[in-house]
Design a binder for this molecule. Sequence first.
Ligand code: FRU
Length: 507
Amino acid sequence: MKIRYILPLLFLSFAIISVQSLAQSVQQEKYRPQFHFSPKAHWMNDPNGMVYYNGIYHLFFQYYPNGTTWGPMHWGHATTADFLNWEEKPIALYPDSLGMIFSGSVVVDQHNTAGFGENAFVAIFTHHNQKLEDAKTGLHQYQSIAYSNDEGKNWTKYQGNPVLPNPGISDFRDPKVMWYEAGKKWIMTLATKDRITFYSSGNLKNWKRESDFGANLGAHGGVWECPDLFPLVHNGKTVWVLLVSINPGGPNGGSATQYFTGNFDGNKFTADSKAEKWVDYGTDNYAGVTWSNTGKRKIFIGWMNNWQYANLVPTKNWRGATTLARDLDLSEVNGDLFLRSAPVKEILPFFKPVYKKEVITVNKEITLSSYVKDLNGKMKLNLSFDRGESVKIILSNKETQKLIIGYDSRTNSYYIDRTHAGKSDFEKGFAKKHTALRIADSKNIKLSLVIDVASVELFADEGLTVMTDVFFPESFMNTLKISSGRKSELKNFSILGIHTNTENSLK
Ligand code: FRU
């Protein structure tokens, strides 16, 4: 082969090897999640503008590309087809003269209502103007739009921004827009202080205020943020779900996401229950909303962090990740409707059983470490037991740090105890046990746990009670014990491992 061919080939293979090794070294960083999305470097918070199109799930997200703490916000961009393998793309939206790019949504404008082209992606987001905030005008947040005609690669901001100016409300943000077919109009759900305001539009450019929700309902311990309104079909009937993130005021401290079920008639949302309900009772699932353009299916993803300590968590080159994407549906318990979340079905085949047993008899305590010791801190556990038992699942590592997940039959509650699960000195409220009252009332308790190096997601009773917590272990959690304090039976027990292309080096 001639030298003029060999040199470029050599260069190309060198470039491929260095891209691969960069990807590997990123994946090998301490605490780095292996099958949850996290940016290669720098800060992320809320998931934004999730939209499904042509077999691809797009995720945009609050991103600060110049540091690992919150800073002037951009929209980062990543895509996946299977919710396991994520590809990070170039930044989608940059701050401009109107301000930083805060949270918002993306719709596919199928009928070209906005005039940007058929099937254009239209992003509807909050512009946050720092100068107006510093001047204490209270007018620093307003809604703007941008469009893309190449599936989210290149974006053009609309010349007429903002499309919804600030009416004198200091917290006026996070528009989530959906097409309301019955009224043939767009509906924007917006967080306005500790209320939700609905707006409507025929063209995404002119918006009309419809109604307010929330004066006498829900938790009000903090500002309302990142709402989402969508229908779910339950027993053949359409039920509307309104998600509202709140900071602070969550059930276990800091930020969390509450929800309401009820009816939306195109102008107004009416809740069907006064009960306080939370999407997730753990501390680390915030600002979550659903993908648009997925038809009847509703897929949710949250930011796996909490404003109480988000800027302090001890990761080095990046900060922030997303939860697992979750399928949502509804279930009735004692006449009230509750959301259920389950890991999306696309990710399940990646988990491979390493141990399965129909019945395990626990004599006070059982050790199952041999099945998890080679799983590099990534696993899924499934089990069920009678609600009369109190069961503790104890994961630990060679430093004897311990993460305990369990059910307490005396208090009828689930818990995650990360008090001694690793590094916690970065914030005084971090090392804690978090609890959640059980919602289901069946005799059989069914648990599913997903662990990814430094996070745990507990789906109890088919996702009726969910808890997501992060923790920061010195080395992989590679020993497993289950204790019940007496002789008891665990049923349908399985441990599954997940293989990802790159393995984490935390040993
Ligand atoms: C929620 C939030 C949003 C805001 C964004 C700013 O976490 O405070 O209300 O748009 O983060 O990054």
